[in-house]
Write a protein that binds this ligand. Structure first.
Ligand SMILES: Cc1cc2nc3c(=O)[nH]c(=O)nc-3n(C[C@H](O)[C@H](O)[C@H](O)COP(=O)(O)OP(=O)(O)OC[C@H]3O[C@@H](n4cnc5c(N)ncnc54)[C@H](O)[C@@H]3O)c2cc1C
Length: 411
């Protein structure tokens, strides 16, 4: 089978590897090159604890604050609001308790495969050195703040996530660099993280190339179905025929699905990071400040401070004050932090309102597959997405029920 994959981020590259294993002749197209989008600068967490969706009850009441606080953990850019409204409406609806429960069940079913699927991919590609398993720590300023978060931890615990509360001196023993302002924490001992998300995507791409996948730097402007397969269209009117196509264009995927009649509610959740090449402090594991909405992840490329959400669309320039505020909070949390050489970055998380990715054939176009919309969890779910796609395209009896992820849910 000749399969075109559009988008060479962590999702497209994992799709290529999984389909190549099944014997596909794979061609990957990316308008900029490998890992040009969100996969380049994420916080590196294999976040298989994240079974709770982003949308939660009571979200509607938060919207005015999101509009007013331009540097808060979750902000909305006023100019983008008219365009954002349909997505925001769906997102708020997904915060209803029954929908939260439904997404939690579906996410939990996916998360069970994250570790074994990544184990296999990293082993086969010889990239195990780029992942370390030292757990992850969430820290709170007061036991009260931790107590407020306990119901969420209990849900995660019910879905098999191991966690241990850590208080006072025990917290400082784990992370001596942390300010004494933090009195409580939750350790997830089983979690792992990537030492270099860009390097990981590049090395997996090199492995895919070595296994015979072809990479082409080109923009795909449209896809159409033909009687026997699919046709890719390029700017300037060139075309190329394939048997199947996979859309893995991250936050820009709807530009290809919309003309095919599928109105996917895809939105960019813009995220920022600051990477400090010589931070001057040591963290033993990634540390999350949930009240501030970001992670501090020790990587081979330095200490990466990254996260937060800005709903501002694909076009507006970065608002770097958001990255600067994050760095300020990080300096308070890690008093010895040296900001010299700080590099700022902004990326677009491809987000769907129910926090579930879209994986599977487009309704009415059974040879064109979606593989996008992974939001905050694209690194986490990339290897499992590759496996699900391979099971679908090669009609292998599925180990994971893909129904909650099917794009048909938007038809
Ligand atoms: C600040 C931040 C922190 C994050 N932290 C984490 C984390 O800790 N853990 C985690 O699991 N996830 C995290 N994420 C989310 C994760 O990075 C994304 O979900 C993931 O990278 C999405 O991968 P992708 O391959 O779908 O998209 P992308 O990486 O954006 O790749 C899409 C590719 O498609 C190409 N493209 C687009 N349109 C076309 C076209 N028409 N023709 C050809 N090519 C095209 C682009 O050039 C791009 O290379 C984070 C994201 C951000 C922004």
């Amino acid at each position: 089978m000749r399969i075109a994959i559009i988008g060479a981020g962590i999702i497209g590259v994992n799709a290529a590897l999984a389909l190549r294993v099944q014997g596909a002749e794979v061609t990957l197209y990316d308008r900029e090159g490998v890992a040009a989008g969100a996969s380049r600068g994420n916080a590196g967490i294999f976040a298989d604890y994240a079974v709770l969706p982003e949308a939660r009850p009571g979200l509607r009441r938060e919207v005015p604050r999101m509009l007013l606080d331009r540097n808060g953990p979750l902000s909305i850019r006023l100019r983008h609001l008219p365009k954002l409204l349909p997505w925001l409406r769906d997102f708020i609806r997904e915060g209803q308790p029954d929908r939260v429960e439904r997404s939690t069940t579906a996410l939990s079913a996916l998360m069970k495969w994250v570790r074994p699927d990544w184990d296999r991919v990293l082993r086969e590609a010889g990239c195990e050195d780029l992942r370390v398993s030292r757990g992850t720590l969430h820290v709170y300023r007061s036991p009260r703040a931790m107590h407020d978060a306990l119901p969420d931890w209990q849900v995660m615990g019910a879905h098999g996530v191991r966690f241990e509360p850590v208080m006072g001196q025990a917290l400082r023993d784990l992370e001596p660099a942390l300010s004494r302002d933090f009195q409580a924490g939750v350790l997830m001992p089983d979690l792992s993280h990537a030492l270099d998300p860009l390097g990981l995507t590049e090395r997996l791409a090199a492995h895919a190339r070595a296994r015979g996948c072809e990479f082409r730097q080109a923009e795909v402007s449209a896809i159409s179905s033909t009687e026997t397969g699919v046709c890719l269209h390029f700017p300037g009117a060139g075309t190329r025929a394939f048997d199947r196509a996979v859309i893995a264009c991250g936050a820009r995927s709807d530009a290809l699905t919309r003309p095919l009649g599928l109105p996917v509610p895809l939105e960019s959740e813009r995220g920022y990071n600051v990477t400090l090449p010589a931070a001057g402090v040591t963290l033993n594991r990634p540390v999350c400040l949930p009240e501030r909405g970001f992670y501090m992840t020790p990587m081979s490329v330095g200490l990466r401070i990254g996260g937060r959400v800005e709903l501002g669309g694909l076009i507006a320039p970065p608002r770097w004050s958001r990255a600067d505020v994050m760095l300020r909070h990080a300096r308070n949390a890690l008093p010895g932090l040296d900001p010299k050489g700080a590099k700022r970055w902004m990326g677009h998380r491809p987000s769907l309102p129910d926090t579930l990715p879209a994986i599977g054939p487009l309704p009415g176009q059974e040879r064109i597959f979606a593989a996008f919309g992974h939001g905050h969890l694209g690194l986490t779910l990339a290897a499992t997405t590759g496996r699900i796609l391979a099971e679908m395209i090669y009609e292998i009896p599925p180990e994971i029920d893909p129904t909650p992820c099917l794009p048909a849910r938007f038809a």
